[in-house]
Design a protein around this ligand. Structure first.
Ligand code: PRP
Ligand code: URA
Length: 221
């Protein structure tokens, strides 16, 4: 149990910690950065899906019949554009039956409020479990807005899978949506404050974090 409640699950897996350390490094180039995002996302999704329901089935092997299970619920992967995109492919390979629904949000640089620019959800829900994918949970505004959208849509179960979270974002998301499980690789220290002099970093970045996850994946910025 963390100070943010029993729905927040920071990974303890050594592979996650190892890969996250490489991901954070200022010298990691976009190609390697994308590979690491993909790999960490698979490991986090493995942890986030431990409680998925199974339907009991039997399967005929060359030597007999074995008891087994098939996933009962339909899963939706919901990447928050842009940075969440890099988390999709690896997870999708693990669960190829999942549907992928994109939500486009960017943070207004002055207000840090999320601005929606894309939503192609169908009229009514087609999945039972949604995994919201975004590497960075900073103020939490983007994650809260996405969960708001999914709940209005009628999503039944929602989990957030991210890579680095700030305490501010965890507080915002757990307070707004206490029913959402949050799986992350690390909880960092704080967010950068409003700049007061030239050379200060922009406001609202996670410290120590990894910088701008979208820019580092896509080679922009
Ligand atoms: C980043 C990140 C999150 C958001 C987190 O996206 O990928 O979506 O900021 O910040 P918050 O918790 O304070 O809302 P950004 O707005 O930079 O857009 P991008 O992914 O297109 O680069
Ligand atoms: N978005 C990012 O990409 N990085 C941060 O540190 C905060 C928001």
């Amino acid at each position: 149990m963390t100070e943010f409640g029993d729905r927040v699950f920071p990974s303890r897996h050594p592979l996650v910690k190892h890969k996250l350390t490489l991901l954070r490094s200022v010298s990691t180039e976009p190609k390697k950065f994308r590979e690491l995002i993909r790999e960490i996302s698979i490991l986090l999704a493995y942890e986030a899906t431990q409680d998925l329901a199974l339907e009991e089935v039997s399967v005929t092997t060359p030597l007999g019949v074995a008891k087994g299970g098939h996933l009962k619920e339909k899963i939706g992967l919901v990447p928050i554009l842009r940075a969440g995109l890099g988390m999709v492919d690896g997870i999708w390979e693990m669960m190829p039956g999942a549907e992928v629904w994109h939500i486009g949000l960017y943070r207004d640089h002055k207000t840090l409020q999320p601005v929606q620019y894309y939503n192609k959800l169908p009229v009514s829900p087609t999945v039972q479990v949604c995994l919201v994918l975004d590497p960075m949970l900073a103020t939490g505004g983007s994650a809260v807005a996405t969960v708001d959208i999914l709940k209005r849509w009628g999503a039944e179960r929602i989990k957030f899978v991210g890579i680095i979270a700030a305490p501010e974002g965890l507080r915002a998301l757990t307070q707004a949506h206490p029913d959402v499980d949050i799986h992350i690789a690390a909880i960092d220290d704080h967010l950068t404050p409003r700049p007061t002099q030239p050379g200060d970093p922009p406001e609202g970045y996670i410290v120590p974090g990894l910088g701008d996850a979208g820019d580092r994946q896509f080679g922009t910025g």
